[in-house]
Design a protein around this ligand. Structure first.
Ligand SMILES: Nc1ncnc2c1ncn2[C@@H]1O[C@H](COP(=O)(O)OP(=O)(O)O)[C@@H](O)[C@H]1O
Ligand SMILES: [Mg+2]
Length: 383
């Protein structure tokens, strides 16, 4: 199945002859690095460094190993490498090693001849042959079964492969790019990954940092993605983020990286149907921003005014995230925000704030001290 990637307009390919991605646009010819990378958003130092490396190594035929958590853009980088290479007019064939059952992986990679096994009623090319002259991108290489790793190593060393059921070796002129989100050093240590194959693949390493380590890119990605979805959904009244929504999203940790960000924004655009996307429109996990261990300030922008005094069933937002939450942390955070709101509203008057919260003054003061809460715009000496 081919899937159009809304985000970069490219096709994710399988080896079906009608569907394999053909990179007919050689973007690199005469173009600047920035042109080639135009679909790769990111101006943080780490991303700039990654793109520099990509520019340097794209023209080499040596294997590239891209590491990074899921959703950090490994496949995007693989595509950029291919398009900047001298192989750009040939195919980039992608295979996700974890998505194909172990017993099929070998025939997918090397192909088979008619009669090679029950059901092999015609000869079929494998990925190596499909990618001949181009690039073969092996995603999630860490999931490749150990027996197949030995075969892959042999192909890389000898530049030849033998389709299943055949005795005739075939030549493979293929540039290999691999990607992994598992720690291959660790896998080698645990003998789940062959060290010789690892060294063979890791000639040119690229490490993609998680989004939480390049927070500077979050706003760019938010704007870029929102723009794209505004266009895709042809909204008369385009969506835009409120400042508070930006704040929350910039502070969020993004465990699913750019993929999570794209999915969230599509959801927000579809659900809102246009206009401002405020903090209230964000799913709970995005607005529950914990002040860091050292941060003693909880900003009033993270308040949940709609939650105060309302019964859970009347809340406009669904509070329980799909993956669940830590109830203790959640409640503490909610309490903190309500205390902060009360202090803000009363100009840091503890008596009045305690009244607003239905607490006695001592309890409130104890809680403020224990949690080191310092309301913005309120003199801390009062605490
Ligand atoms: N820096 C980036 N700029 C723009 N889009 C990105 C960026 N990084 C990732 N994406 C997009 O995020 C999604 C996930 O990226 P992908 O390359 O599939 O990640 P991975 O292979 O690491 O899981 C894709 O739609 C991709 O186009
Ligand atoms: Mg991927």
């Amino acid at each position: 199945m081919n899937q159009r990637n809304v985000f970069d307009g490219s096709l994710t390919s399988d080896p079906d002859p009608s569907g394999v991605e053909r990179s007919s646009n050689i973007l690199f010819a005469g173009g600047s690095l920035r042109q080639v990378f135009s679909e790769i958003v990111g101006k943080s130092e780490t991303m700039e460094a990654v793109l520099q490396t990509v520019g340097k190594i794209a023209r080499s035929d040596a294997p590239v190993l891209i590491r990074g958590e899921s959703g950090t853009g490994k496949e995007l980088i693989a595509k950029a490498l291919h398009r900047m290479s001298s192989r750009a007019s040939r195919r980039l064939v992608s295979l996700n090693c974890s998505a194909i059952p172990e017993n099929l992986l070998e025939s997918e990679l090397f192909g088979y001849v008619k009669g090679a096994f029950t059901g092999a009623d015609k000869t079929r090319k494998g990925y190596f042959e499909e990618a001949n002259g181009g690039t073969l991108f092996l995603d999630e290489i860490g999931d490749m079964p150990i027996a197949l790793q030995a075969k892959l190593l042999r192909v890389l060393q000898e530049k030849q492969f033998v389709p299943i059921g055949s005795t005739e070796p075939r030549f493979a002129d293929v540039r290999i790019i691999t990607a992994t989100n598992v720690d291959l050093d660790d896998a080698v240590g645990k003998q789940k990954f062959r060290s010789d194959l690892y060294y063979r693949l890791n000639v040119l390493p690229i490490a993609l940092p998680p989004l939480r380590e390049r927070k500077g890119d979050v706003r760019l990605l938010l704007d870029h993605t929102l723009n794209l979805f505004n266009q895709t959904h042809s909204l008369n009244n385009p969506c835009f983020f409120s400042n508070d929504a930006y704040l929350c999203l910039e502070r969020y940790n993004w465990p699913g990286n750019v993929r999570e960000l794209i999915n969230l924004i599509e959801r927000l655009v579809v659900m809102s149907g246009g206009g401002e996307i405020d903090i209230l429109a964000l799913p709970t996990e995005y607005k529950l921003i914990k002040a860091g261990a050292s941060a003693k300030v909880v900003e009033p922008s993270f308040f949940f005014p709609e939650a105060a005094g309302l019964l859970p069933e009347t809340l406009a937002v669904e509070l329980l995230p799909a993956n669940g939450l830590n109830l203790e942390t959640y409640i503490e955070q909610l309490e903190n925000t309500l205390i902060m709101q009360a202090l803000e509203r009363t100009g840091n008057n503890k008596n009045q704030a305690a009244k607003l919260l239905g607490l006695n003054r001592t309890t409130l003061v104890e809680r403020i001290k224990k949690r080191k809460l310092v309301p913005l715009n309120a003199p801390s000496k009062e605490l």
